[in-house]
Design a protein around this ligand. Sequence first.
Ligand code: ZN
Ligand code: ZN
Length: 227
Amino acid sequence: MVSQALVERAKEFHGHLCPFLVLGLRASEIALGKLGLKKAGERETVGEEILAIVECNNCFTDGVQVATGCTLGNNSLIYLDTGKNAVTIVRRGDWRGIRVYIDSEKLREKYFKREATKLFEKVVARREGTAEDHEKLSRLWTEIARKMMNIPESEFKIEEVRVKEIERAPIFESVRCERCGELVMKTRVEYVEGKPVCLGCLGKSNAVIGRGIVLNFEYPFVREERI
Ligand SMILES: [Zn+2]
Ligand SMILES: [Zn+2]
């Protein structure tokens, strides 16, 4: 069962309390428990010994990061862009993992009030909520999120999986972009007339945005004055 202290930490990290944040905590806790693991600490994060593999970039994923200690920045979070609410925890070495999947349709019918779903559509999906709607949604969301702390394992699809080995983050040397003068990871420059040029100066790079991984995303900065 998810502790109140963990929920508070997750809320602090995520900015608000919502059902999928808590489901991320609960799913992680189940997977860690079945593997006999605890949240990744110093040794595990330095060595990337435990990986959390998520399949979405939404509230759920923030719950996973807080509960597992596997984050985007410590290279222990792997993001698969399949668009599913699922997390797999795996220990590097034996590569045996536990994957926990959430069927949001099933949970919504059982645990969410119709009122909350309707309000979510108005406030979040259509962005049409009044201040009063926002407040009401926040109240309902908190109520549902609390229920998610103790949701039984039987509500999840839990499977043992064998994970194909995933490389550790390599360390690359940097080269200087010929145009902007900034240092860039060696694998992220292209050579134009024999000179290294960064993807920023070339105008496109792959990006993770709300809808997932987008290839050749247009570099979004318009340079003004240097301050
Ligand atoms: Zn959220
Ligand atoms: Zn450049």
